[in-house]
Design a binder for this molecule. Structure first.
Ligand code: ADP
Ligand code: NI
Length: 233
C-alpha cells in the first residue's frame, strides 16, 4: 500500500447491521486499549479515545463514512515508528482487523487512511485525500494543539528528557509568539517547530474553526509564559 495510490474511495463496506458494527467497534476499542494502555502519556489510549471522539464529531459536520472514520481513528497510531519497533502499521492493522473478520478491501482502506495520517499528509495533497482521511488527520492534529496539546507537549518533552525552555537561547521575537524559535529540543521550541503551524494544516472547515480557537489559546499561553519569565506578572 503506497501513499501515492490514495484516491477518493467509493466504499463497499460489508452490509452488516448497526448492532454488528457496534460489537465490532467495541472489540476494536478493547484491543486498542490493551495495546496503548501503558504507552507514554502523549500517545496513550486516551489520546486515541479523544481522536475517535473528535473524528466522529467532524464526521457529523463534514460527512464521510462514519464507520470507516471510526475504525481508522481507533487504528491511527498502530504501528507508528516513533514509539514502537514492532511490525509496520500495514502488518499490525491487517492482523488486528483480520481477527475481527473485516474484508480485505476495507482493511486496505483503513491502512491507506492510517498511512496518510501518520505521514502527516506529506506525500498526499489535500485533493488526493478522501474525506475520511482528512477527518482522521484533522482529529489527530487537533489533539496536538490547545490546552490538551500543551499538556501533551510537556508530557512528551518530559518523557524524552528535554527541558522546558532555554532562557539563554531566547530571541526578542519570541516575546510576540511570532518568531520561529531555535530548534533546541525544548518543549517551548516545539510550539514553533510544530504546534503553531498546525492551524494552517487542517483540512476541513469544521476542524479549522476549532483550530483557530485552540491556536489563540496557545498564543495566550506563550504570552503569559514570557511575562512570567520577565516577572511582569
Ligand atoms: P502525531 O500524534 O501526529 O503522530 P507526534 O507523534 O509528532 O505527532 O506528536 C505526538 C505528541 O507529542 C504531540 O502532542 C506533539 O506535540 C508531541 N511532541 C512530538 N514531538 C515533540 C517534541 N520534540 N517536544 C515536545 N512534544 C513533542
Ligand atoms: Ni495520534
Amino acid at each position: 500500500m503506497h501513499l501515492l495510490t490514495i484516491q477518493k474511495y467509493s466504499f463497499l463496506f460489508i452490509d452488516i447491521c448497526p448492532m454488528e458494527k457496534e460489537s465490532v467497534l467495541i472489540e476494536l476499542q478493547n484491543a486498542i486499549r490493551r495495546k496503548f494502555e501503558y504507552q507514554e502519556t502523549a500517545h496513550d489510549y486516551w489520546h486515541v479515545v479523544r481522536v475517535v471522539k473528535m473524528a466522529k464529531h467532524l464526521a457529523k459536520l463534514e460527512g464521510g463514512n462514519v464507520f470507516i472514520i471510526e475504525v481508522a481513528a481507533w487504528c491511527h497510531d498502530v504501528g507508528d515508528y516513533k514509539f514502537e519497533q514492532q511490525d509496520s502499521a500495514e502488518v499490525q492493522i491487517t492482523q488486528l482487523l483480520n481477527k475481527l473478520a473485516f474484508p480485505p478491501a476495507e482493511i486496505n482502506t483503513i491502512i491507506s487512511i492510517v498511512e496518510a495520517v501518520s505521514f502527516s499528509g506529506a506525500k498526499a495533497t489535500r485533493d488526493e485525500m478522501s474525506v475520511e482521511t482528512k477527518i482522521v488527520q484533522d482529529a489527530d492534529r487537533l489533539d496536538a494543539i490547545g490546552a490538551i496539546g500543551i499538556a501533551r507537549c510537556f508530557a512528551y518533552a518530559g518523557h524524552k528528557g528535554h527541558g522546558i525552555f532555554h532562557p539563554e537561547k531566547r530571541t526578542v521575537n519570541q516575546k510576540s509568539c511570532e518568531a520561529i524559535a531555535p530548534t533546541e529540543g525544548t518543549a517551548i521550541a516545539h510550539f514553533y517547530d510544530k504546534l503553531l503551524l498546525l492551524k494552517d494544516l487542517l483540512n476541513t472547515e469544521s476542524a479549522q474553526a476549532i483550530g483557530v480557537k485552540r491556536h489563540t489559546f496557545m498564543e495566550q499561553y506563550l504570552n503569559q509564559f514570557y511575562k512570567e519569565l520577565d516577572c511582569v506578572i
